[in-house]
Design a binder for this molecule. Structure first.
Ligand code: G4P
Length: 281
């Protein structure tokens, strides 16, 4: 689903997230493991403040596992808990409630000391569109909807969904906008399919992607498009024109660009990550 982010929508989305944040103990910030920074909302740190948070790098099945491990270490070095998952496999999601309980162990202990046997952790998913928030949410919850209106600290009429006896989630994720003001971010998000294809010129997106694979994963181009080492050394636009010819698109290099985008999103060019952590930060 594509969302048009006009200033009014952004303000409304921010207000909605702020209101929901007041009701939870913990935030699950969902990002795309192929673009861990580009797929974040620019205001996220400010909005979440001191509230405990887990960075959830989703779609790890599509991302380069070595780079994902670097990102996890990077976030942890900044004091933020982080895990990588593939939300399509429910088993991997079990780590989330476990990690949440670890992060909130002091609060849980306090509640237990007051006689609450099974203290509930209340969490919510937040992220930009298409990172997999709904998939994570749906895979975390069991079928039963928690009826929690008369639990202390839980607003009536707010739907909560139980993941287990001590972990529940707000029924709808918080949706925020990506960083629009950065052209590189736009290209990355368009290449992975996180933003609609009409937002950024597809030729530019294709060239961006092809250049990335030339630099980082030339073997993928050899295998998928029969490119030789000499081909791969060409300037990117020349390579696109050449691959169009050798892959059955004749002079229609734009169709080759679309092909590169399509194949990358489908995983046909192998697992890839467009960003590495900047250790200097
Ligand atoms: P959102 O709520 O954040 O907007 O995202 P949503 O859960 O709708 O997921 C967006 C797309 O990403 C969905 O595909 C979903 O199946 C896919 N997805 C979610 N998590 C993962 C993951 O861990 N790995 C992979 N490979 N894909 C994931 P879609 O394009 O909407 O539909 P379809 O391609 O499944 O038909």
């Amino acid at each position: 689903a594509t969302i048009q982010w006009f200033p009014g929508h952004m303000a409304k989305a921010r207000n909605e997230v702020q209101a929901k944040l007041k009701q939870v103990d913990l935030v699950l910030e969902i990002t795309d493991a192929r673009t861990p920074e580009a797929s974040r909302n620019p205001m996220m740190n400010e909005l979440v403040g001191d509230k405990p948070k887990i960075m959830v790098l989703n779609k790890q099945d599509l991302a380069d596992p070595n780079v994902t491990a670097q990102w996890i270490r990077f976030y942890e070095s900044q004091g933020t808990a982080a895990i990588a998952i593939d939300a399509q496999h429910a088993r991997q999601l079990k780590q989330i409630p476990q990690l949440a309980k670890k992060l909130l162990h002091e609060k849980i202990a306090r509640q237990q000391a007051r006689g609450i046997r099974d203290p509930m952790i209340k969490a919510m998913c937040i992220g930009i569109p298409n990172v997999g928030k709904s998939t994570v949410l749906n895979r975390l919850i069991s079928k039963n909807i928690a009826v929690t209106g008369n639990r202390p600290g839980v607003t009536k009429n707010q739907q909560w969904l139980k993941a287990d006896n001590s972990f529940m989630l707000l029924d709808t994720p918080g949706i925020l906008w990506p960083k629009f003001d950065d052209e590189q971010v736009g290209l990355k998000l368009a290449f992975t399919g996180a933003i609609a294809d009409n937002v950024v010129n597809p030729d530019d997106v294709g060239l961006f992607g092809l250049n990335y694979f030339q630099q980082r994963h030339p073997d993928a181009l050899r295998k998928a498009y029969h490119a030789t080492a000499t081909d791969i050394a060409l300037p990117t636009p020349d390579l696109m024109v050449h691959l169009a010819k050798t892959n059955g698109f004749g002079d229609e290099y734009n169709r080759m660009a679309e092909r590169v985008i399509f194949d990358a999103r489908q995983g046909k060019l192998g697992r890839f990550t467009l960003e590495v952590p900047n250790e200097a930060e």
